[in-house]
Design a protein around this ligand. Structure first.
Ligand code: SF4
Length: 106
């Protein structure tokens, strides 16, 4: 491999790495929408105080249950009050959110 070819190759690798990092950052930035099919399936709401109490499917909801004290909330990646949750395809859920799959953090 000539020096020019190697240099070009390294520049392409660096460019691809930058693109990949940018794509990952964009994916991590996507917030879960309450109307996303996955969010609807688990009854996700971005604000635990707004849970529909009339819906019997939400009968187990308690006001102190929030995404940020749920075992599935990726707190280590939390930023600006949001963190990924695997139940909504790792989209960002609100720290003060809730869903029917809530599991108290140990
Ligand atoms: Fe929030 Fe936990 Fe439900 Fe994920 S599983 S949306 S972190 S309550």
């Amino acid at each position: 491999m000539t020096q020019n070819t190697r240099r070009t190759f390294m520049m392409q690798v660096a460019a691809c790495g930058g693109l990949l990092a940018g794509t990952q950052a964009m994916a991590q930035a996507a917030k879960a929408d309450e109307k996303d099919p996955q969010a609807v399936g688990i009854g996700y709401v971005a604000d635990t105080t707004k849970v529909d109490k009339k819906n019997t499917a939400n009968a187990n909801h308690k006001p102190e249950q929030r995404c940020d004290n749920c075992a599935l909330y990726a707190a280590a990646q939390a930023k600006d009050g949001y963190a990924p949750c695997p139940l909504v395809g790792n989209k960002l859920v609100a720290a003060k959110g809730w869903c029917r799959a809530y599991a108290k953090k140990a």
